[in-house]
Every structure is written in C-alpha cells, then in structure tokens.
Design a protein around this ligand. Structure first.
Ligand SMILES: [Zn+2]
Length: 275
C-alpha cells in the first residue's frame, strides 16, 4: 500500500513538471472508489498549479478564466501516478488520464481503491470533508514535542495502535511505525499515557527521521520502481527490525521478535524496547 513517503515522493516527482501546464483532455476508465464529481470535459483548458500533499492525499489546483478548483487524488491500496510524454495505450488497470501539454498523467490502480475527485477548492466539500479527520502532518512545526506528548497522555491504547490510526500523526504506516519505535526504544505494546515526556520527544524525532529517510530513499531511487510498492521494498532492505524476525538485533544481538497487534505484524527487540 502506498504510504506517506511514497505519496510525498510522487508529489516531488510530479509537481514541478506539471506546474504551469494546461489540461487538454481528461479520460476516465473503470469506476474508482469515488466518482470524479464533474464531467471530464470541465477540466479541458484549465491551468495546473502547484501540487501539494495532505496526509496521503495529493491536491492538484486547476484554474481557468471563469472556473477554478482542483483534483484531490488518493492512491488507495495499489495506485500509482505516472507522467509520460508519449505513454502506451491505456491498459486494463489505467483508470484516469489527465492529458496536458506537459505529458499525460495516468493513474494505474489494479484494485481501484484509489480516487480522483473534483472539488471547487481544498477547503470546501468534498475535499474538506475527506481531509477533515486527518491527524497532524509529521513535519508540521506546530506539532511540538509538548503537543505530541499531550495527545499521547489523552490515550490509553497501545502506542502501536495509536500511531497506526493516524490520529497522533498522519501517514505513518506499519513498516515506519515499527522502525521508529525501535529507534526510540519503546515497546510497541506500551500504553500511550504511560510514555514519559522525554521518551515521547525521542519518539517524535524517530518518526520524523524514519519518514524523512524513506522520502530521501524514494527520491533518489524512484526511477527504478515501477510502482509505489517497490519503494517500501527498498526501505525494507534497510529496516532494523521490520521483516527481521529471529535475526539478531543490531544493538544487543538478541533475536528480533514478531507479534500480531490489530491483525498487523509488529517487529521489535524485547531487550532494547521498554514499556
Ligand atoms: Zn536489541
């Protein structure tokens, strides 16, 4: 599943190339998770602005002489966006195309949980409604160690569950949460409200470091990947605990353990990570 780092790398890869371009056509394939919400012809002739990201959503602003809005895009479980000058004919899993004078932006999404939705602005429905429940952005300076610790103290669930829910910070998926908890020395079964202020500060730093590492890894090697899954695969090769059950911990040499929490695998070192 594309996680926040993959979506951010997609934005970095596409934003500059599309910014300032003009839409010449839009084509729909099979239905996605939600309908486009406007006739595709409405997009013709609109000027493309700077693509931004909120959580795992991308926002592509579009501006015309007497029309304005944008496309809110989500990659779902299996989606990827590619921009090509002369793409091959649309295949079985290509379900949206935005033809522009900068190339054709194409959504390939075999499972079709992704979506491309028109909204008159990012802060009105439907975009505003889809973005309303997202937790804080991991790199938002307003997410201070004090604010992060306050939100931990208000929760009695395990730290793993709280992080995966996206309420504490948005977009930290299973691999990145396992890695960040290891780096911070926190047991994934620890209760949120039992984590001290210094340890919560360490965790916030570890989350940011882990996500930044994944983004820079993707940024440097994305051209080798055919889809977003390839990027988590590359990150996984550098993982300290994720996918390493039974192998020695890089710090203490003891075996990495795997447990299941909320139907997801958690990898951790029982010696280095405390509750
Ligand atoms: Zn260890």
């Amino acid at each position: 599943m594309p996680e926040l780092p993959e979506v951010e790398v997609t934005r970095i890869t596409l934003a500059d190339r599309l910014n300032g371009g003009r839409v010449t056509a839009a084509r729909l394939g099979k239905p996605l998770r939600w309908p486009l919400g406007c006739p595709p012809e409405r997009l013709h002739g609109l000027r493309i602005g700077a693509m931004s990201r909120r959580g795992k959503y991308l926002w592509l602003p579009l501006q015309g002489a007497d029309d304005a809005g944008g496309l809110l895009m989500h990659l779902g479980m299996s989606g990827s966006l590619n921009l090509a000058d002369a793409p091959p004919p649309a295949g079985l899993h290509d379900h949206f195309e935005l033809v522009t004078d900068r190339g054709t932006l194409r959504l390939t999404d075999p499972r079709r949980f992704g979506a491309i939705v028109w909204s008159d602005a990012i802060d009105v429905a439907p975009a505003a409604k889809l973005l309303a429940r997202l937790g804080p952005e991991p790199f938002d300076p307003a997410l201070t160690p004090a604010a992060f610790h306050r939100s931990l103290r208000a929760r009695r669930t395990t730290i793993k569950a709280a992080l995966l829910s996206g309420e504490l910070i948005v977009g930290a998926g299973n691999i990145y949460v396992s890695e960040a908890l290891f780096r911070a020395g926190i047991d994934p079964r620890a209760r949120c409200d039992k984590i001290s202020r210094p340890r919560s500060e360490k965790l916030l730093a570890a989350l940011r470091q882990t996500l930044a590492q994944a983004i820079s890894l993707g940024g440097s090697t994305l051209r080798d990947f055919r889809d977003a899954h390839g990027m988590s695969g590359a990150f996984q090769e550098q993982a300290l605990v994720y996918g390493r059950e039974g192998q020695p911990c890089g710090h203490c040499g003891g075996p990495i353990r795997r447990i299941v929490q909320g139907q997801r695998s958690t990898f951790f070192c029982p010696h280095c990570q405390r509750r």
